[in-house]
Design a binder for this molecule. Structure first.
Ligand code: CAA
Length: 258
């Protein structure tokens, strides 16, 4: 399956989705975001896919929402079309593990797109920022909410209020990304991580992702209750029995995803 603004490659149980807009800065136009949403929904429903890597071009993961479209947008249109919310919905509800492989600019919506992924691998020359304030805009896809949860208040305030980007090394130091590697290694490393993830039981992967995401959306007490019932529910799976038996028998598990 290849969509016009995206490329989709299969690597076993891992799907590699590449933003491939005609502009290598990958502005996140409505068309691109709708296409990405459709592809992610299809991959979510596909039982042979257990992890997804999302990447951009060498120059940019994505340079943000489409400034050409926003330059003409009125308040009434933004409200009526529920601008960004509708197009980004499928991304925020994607259930499969998502690994962002970021080279170059991840600005505005590009940084927010990376933050919507579960793991971010960055190239050494990647730049992360929320420059919306320079355009007279408030970030609209998580910059004021996911960024402080990822990097803490002071750095999030600095990034959002100055609009200035941080480097990949800074992003790693503050926890926005988990690894920084040479630019040319980013996709390979992200695919390797995704392959490690994809070895595991699909229902367990989905539950672990949902439970870990819950940490950002609930109190500790609520999150622990959610985790405990997810943990108990894992005993209903064939894969739990297989995983424990395989450990005790000193062999690799053969998960059937049941
Ligand atoms: N939307 C639409 N077009 C964009 C764009 C964007 N986000 N970013 C760059 N472009 C276009 C430029 O207008 C330019 O088009 P033309 O060739 O037709 O003139 C082309 O891409 C190349 O851009 P530059 O000449 O600026 O390239 P550069 O290498 O000098 O600079 C850059 C690269 C630093 C990324 C710079 O393009 C830039 O600052 N882009 C805007 C980044 C930004 O502000 N992003 C936030 C957008 S708002 C948002 O995302 C809201 C939200 O919360 C979701």
């Amino acid at each position: 399956m290849t969509a016009s603004l995206l490329q989709l490659e299969r690597h076993g149980a891992v799907a590699l989705v590449t933003l491939a807009s005609h502009n290598t800065l990958n502005p996140l136009t409505s068309e691109l975001m709708k296409e990405l949403g459709r592809v992610l929904q299809t991959l979510d429903a596909d039982t042979d896919t257990r992890a997804i890597v999302l990447t951009g071009s060498v120059r940019a993961f994505a340079a943000g929402a489409d400034i050409q479209a926003m330059a003409k947008m009125t308040y009434a249109q933004a409200v009526q079309d529920n601008y960004l919310a509708a197009e980004w919905q499928a991304l925020s509800t994607a259930r499969k593990p998502l690994v962002a492989a970021v080279r170059g600019y991840a600005l505005g919506g590009g940084c927010e797109l990376a933050m919507l992924c579960d793991i971010v691998v960055a190239g050494e020359n990647a730049l992360f920022g929320q420059p919306e304030i320079k355009l007279g805009l408030v970030p609209g896809a998580g910059g004021t909410q996911r960024l402080p949860r990822a990097v803490g208040k002071s750095l999030a305030m600095e990034m959002n209020l100055t609009g200035e980007p941080i480097t990949a090394a800074q992003a790693r130091d503050c926890g926005l990304v988990s690894r920084v590697v040479a630019d040319e290694e980013v996709t390979r490393v992200a695919l390797g991580l995704a392959q490690l993830i994809a070895r595991h039981s699909l229902p367990v992967l989905l539950t672990v992702k949902a439970a870990t995401a819950r940490a950002f959306e609930s109190t500790l007490a609520e999150g622990l209750v959610y985790e405990r019932s997810a943990f108990h529910a894992s005993f209903a799976l064939d894969d739990q029995r297989e995983g424990c038996d395989a450990f005790l028998e000193r062999r690799a598990p053969f998960f059937t995803h049941q």
